[in-house]
Write a protein that binds this ligand. Structure first.
Ligand code: ADP
Ligand code: MG
Length: 683
């Protein structure tokens, strides 16, 4: 009852396994496993002074105890101190518990005081038999993040002994961290067992110097490891790609039906400069939806192919890959380039032919979906890999690509494109190992999209508006949300909406596009919509990325509250691509959660992808922002990128100096902090 029982041999492995599952293997991992909050067991509150709703510790003598049989069977224990008395109530209890809480026993009890049917009471309080002189805790009691298989008491003991054993010597040369912070040992001793006098607020908001120390250390470790991988990469060799042969780059420019914007010209130049160097480019091209990243990719590909190397272009969905493919063959085949096309739905002989073309080097450009290109394809001479809409930055995917190409003596260059810009603080941390080019200008002639938010009840008014628009010749997207729990419901919803709209809009073609249609059917529907043979396209989020139909000027997003902010922004970017003024209608079903409200508000207030990304980071935090669990990116546990910018900047300045002047200390510091992080994230 009071203390956790000492584990028997057989039980022992369960909490230990649970420890490992949480990534708590080394002493240092346990030492860095910080409490979520604290409980104050340093004081006894007289029963008369305890207020209802308060969690308190009281101590007294059991005056009476019995099992109540009326209603639900329960153990009732009356506890009395000098000031008043209190009822302890147990709905589940062991016979041993009943025995130890007999009249006359002195008990220290901790729990929430409530006003109950029988008067003031505590239900299932923590109880401990004590003597008159049993000492009280002198420090606050830590409450750790844990799992069901790992009892708090076990974890507390494990932390105490790990703290004793862990090598917490000062690794960093003096003066490395901001002044006036405690040593690591002091900071950790304090945070695990703070004095009851500390201001709980500074512990909770992490402004306490002990917290600052940990954050400063963590940020430094993170910067150091980024810098290390950056320097390792700089040692690798890549083919220097300089357009030399046929002036392909210039020919493509001349063949385009438009002039590049200033921003496009600038990023094309930045990329070309990188490609010309003999070390692998690792560059992110970011630009808002519709800013014209595809043509920049095509120009980079032209430089590569012109230098006699192959280029691979990968997109996340078949629809998008196919759009790229069409655009690229349209631009490049007249210039004598052979483009191969690979997705999961290309099978048999056709597939083999494409694979052969890539392996022999006959296809200079291979376009396909991420998955396909990663696993199977071999290239004769891959010089440049371009990954489109890689806003989730699958680190694993990136590695897979790199490993595959290790057979080739030279590394290929890597260009990633994303419409979800990386906020500055993230760029400084997780993506410090990435060069960034930004297209900060939209092609001319675009009119801004007006975004309106409506409750679901206004559905018929929205349909009315659609009728007006399609009568005028405009095209409309109607987006249905994915219902994660049920694919069937999801489809049903899209199908019903499709039927309803088809009925409501007689004389206009209404199409349906969803994730489980065979690729050929999807492509056919998309082709009809692109050719303006269809007025309304009802779709699940398959149109999320990249689809380009300039005549579409109205988008309705149903259950907008279910979408993430960057997803909404991506979707909205499907309209506003032509010269007509475009509208995006966000329909929601009440009640909205706070984050749901914040997202819709952000959408209504701004069209700027950078601002959207900033707010998204604010609403979700960096882990989710990056989909870190999937990507395996190293998460910061203590530092908060929205609040610790000063510490981050300090770490950024310090890291290169430390790596140059104290490489030994730098490596030890990284190992201490990031040693088992990768495992932790897999948990
Ligand atoms: P995204 O950056 O979202 O991938 P796209 O590359 O699909 O954008 O480009 C959006 C549209 O703008 C396409 O129809 C493209 O042909 C067109 N476009 C790109 N650059 C320009 C430009 N400089 N002037 C006019 N139109 C352009
Ligand atoms: Mg695109």
């Amino acid at each position: 009852m009071p203390e956790a029982k000492p584990p028997t041999q057989q039980q022992k492995s369960a909490p230990q396994k649970a420890l490992e599952k949480l990534g708590l293997r080394r002493d240092i991992d346990l030492a860095l496993h910080l409490p979520l909050r604290y409980e104050d067991e340093t004081r006894i509150t007289p029963i008369a002074q305890a207020r209802e709703g308060q969690v308190v510790q009281v101590e007294g003598i059991v005056s009476e105890s019995h099992i109540e049989l009326r209603g639900r069977r329960q153990l009732l224990v009356r506890l009395r101190d000098d000031s008043d008395e209190l009822l302890l109530r147990f709905l589940n209890f062991y016979p041993s518990q009943q025995k130890s809480l007999a009249a006359g026993a002195r008990v220290r009890v901790r729990g929430e005081l409530r006003g109950g049917f029988w008067g003031r009471e505590m239900v299932h309080p923590l109880c401990k038999l004590v003597q008159d002189d049993t000492p009280l805790a002198t420090a606050l009691t830590p409450v750790y993040p844990t799992s069901a298989a790992l009892p708090q008491a076990y974890l507390r003991k494990a932390v105490v002994s790990a703290l004793k054993r862990a090598p917490l010597d000062e690794i960093l040369p003096p003066g490395s961290l901001p002044a006036n912070l405690p040593t690591l040992r002091e900071a950790l001793d304090f945070l695990h067992h703070p004095s009851p006098k500390v201001s709980l607020a500074t512990l909770e908001d992490h402004t306490h110097p002990a917290w600052q120390r940990l954050k400063a250390e963590e940020l430094l470790a993170q910067q150091l490891s980024q810098l290390q991988s950056q320097r390792q990469r700089a040692l690798l060799q890549a083919p220097p790609l300089r357009g030399q042969r046929a002036g392909l780059h210039e020919k493509l420019l001349a063949a385009l039906p438009f002039q590049l914007t200033g921003a496009q010209q600038r990023v094309v130049e930045e990329i070309a400069q990188d490609l010309a160097l003999g070390k692998p480019m690792h560059r992110l091209l970011q630009g808002d939806v519709g800013s014209g990243k595809t043509v920049v990719a095509a120009l980079a590909a032209a430089v590569c192919m012109d230098a006699g190397w192959q280029c691979a272009l990968m997109a996340p969905t078949e629809i998008l890959a196919e759009q790229h493919f069409r655009k690229l063959i349209h631009w490049l085949e007249p210039l004598g380039i052979t483009v191969a096309w690979l997705t999961g739905s290309i099978k048999g002989k056709a597939r083999q032919k494409m694979l052969d073309a890539a392996a022999s080097g006959q296809a200079q450009l291979v376009v396909g979906t991420h998955a396909v290109i990663e696993d199977r394809v071999e290239f004769a001479r891959l010089g440049l890999a371009i990954i489109d809409e890689q806003h989730r930055f699958g680190v694993a995917q990136r590695l897979a690509l790199r490993n595959k190409l290790a057979q080739q003596a030279l590394e290929p260059h890597l260009l990633m494109m994303s419409a979800t810009p990386i906020p500055r603080t993230l760029a400084m941390t997780y993506f410090a190992d990435l060069e960034v080019s930004t297209i900060d200008e939209l092609p001319p002639g675009r009119t801004p999209i007006v975004t309106k938010v409506f409750a679901d009840a206004k559905r018929e008014n929205v349909i009315e508006k659609i009728r007006d628009e399609v009568t005028k010749g405009a095209q409309v997207y109607w987006v249905c949300p994915l219902i994660e729990e049920s694919e069937t419901l999801d489809l049903q919803n899209a199908t019903e909406t499709h039927l309803h709209l088809a009925e409501a809009l007689p004389g206009h073609a209404v199409g349906l596009l969803h994730g489980r249609m065979p690729p050929a059917e999807k492509a056919a529907v998309m082709a009809q919509f692109t050719a303006n043979q269809m007025s309304v396209l009802v779709a699940t989020t398959v149109i999320e990325v990249g689809v380009d139909v300039p005549n579409a000027s109205l988008m309705v997003i149903e259950h907008a509250e279910r979408f993430g902010l960057s997803q909404l922004h991506q979707l909205r970017g499907r309209v506003g691509r032509g010269a007509v003024a475009s509208v995006c209608v966000l329909m929601y079903t009440a009640p909205l959660s706070d984050t749901g409200k914040a997202r819709l508000k952000a959408m209504a207030e701004t069209n700027d992808g950078f601002e959207i990304a900033r707010r998204d980071l604010e609403i979700r935090g960096p882990g989710e922002f990056m989909g870190a669990r999937q990507s395996g990116a190293q998460l910061l546990r203590f530092a908060d990128l929205t609040e610790d910018i000063k510490l981050l900047e300090h770490a950024r300045r310090l890291a290169p100096r430390l790596l140059d002047q104290h490489p030994e200390a730098a490596s030890r510091h990284v190992a201490r902090w990031l040693g088992s992080k990768a495992e932790f994230l897999k948990a």
